[in-house]
Design a protein around this ligand. Structure first.
Ligand SMILES: NC(=O)c1ccc[n+]([C@@H]2O[C@H](COP(=O)([O-])OP(=O)(O)OC[C@H]3O[C@@H](n4cnc5c(N)ncnc54)[C@H](OP(=O)(O)O)[C@@H]3O)[C@@H](O)[C@H]2O)c1
Length: 215
């Protein structure tokens, strides 16, 4: 059991899956949202180590933060908290710049030469951002079960120590490890996998899949 503190910015499927999952592994979780009162019952029913608060309260809770908000809202949420709150913190960025305005499957709002991962790192320059969890379903983020061998989680980021700590956390959460695919510019390609992930899901009627690198 960890007994460490984590702040999760986001109360959607990802925020709740990670909140309950980290709590199950012994973490002291504070979930951040614009409306904490609507999440209190969920927190009470989830675990005694889970609390809810504002985005700022969750970010200030610890030195380890997960960003799990709508891609389009990520910049606003970081600004609301203030870049200084994130200084020296490990920030796991789960977000994807998805555009659902044209229905399913979603398109990327931007990509190719840009990514949300890079924009997040630029917005909180003193944080140590690691792109993580963005290529799997929320249901598979913690204690995941695959029909085939569980692949390592694909991650990227600029800070080697942050990626090492991320891998240790992933192992604690049931992953075999991390596959480090490079600096934060690799977020361009991890985010681009997501529309493909949706198309593969629709084609094969599976929503519990993940991509693996075969060598
Ligand atoms: N769903 C998945 O399985 C999955 C898997 C991998 C990655 N992701 C990525 O993870 C992120 C979270 O996904 P999700 O499915 O949990 O839910 P989501 O609907 O994408 O995001 C919900 C969160 O975004 C916040 N939000 C939405 N609009 C906002 C605004 N205008 N200003 C401030 N905050 C706003 C909400 O705030 P409140 O709490 O205040 O309502 C809530 O906390 C997304 O970027 C998504 O692409 C999702």
């Amino acid at each position: 059991m960890s007994n460490e503190r984590i702040g999760i910015l986001g109360s959607g499927d990802v925020g709740q899956a990670l909140g309950s999952g980290f709590a199950r592994h012994g973490w002291d979780v504070k979930l951040g949202t614009r409306s904490p009162e609507t999440l209190r019952q969920w927190a009470d029913e989830t675990d005694s180590t889970v609390s809810v608060g504002s985005f700022a309260a969750a970010a200030a809770h610890c030195d380890f933060v997960v960003l799990a908000v709508l891609g389009e809202a990520a910049a606003d949420v970081l600004d609301l908290v203030g870049a200084e709150t994130f200084a020296d913190k490990l920030v796991l960025d789960t977000t994807n710049p998805l555009d659902f305005s044209g229905g399913m499957p979603p398109h990327l709002l931007f990509g190719g030469t840009d990514s949300l991962g890079e924009r997040v790192q630029a917005r909180i320059p003193d944080a140590r951002v690691v792109k993580c969890f963005n290529t799997v379903s929320n249901a598979q983020m913690i204690d995941s079960v695959f029909q085939e061998e569980t692949p390592p989680m694909m991650i990227c980021g600029d800070d080697a120590d942050a990626k090492e700590r991320t891998e240790a956390i992933l192992v604690e959460l049931g992953w075999p490890g991390a596959l480090d695919v490079g600096d934060i510019t690799s977020a361009r390609y991890l985010e681009a996998l997501v529309p493909l992930w949706v198309r593969v899901g629709a084609e094969f009627d599976t929503w519990s899949h993940a991509f693996a690198v075969a060598r």
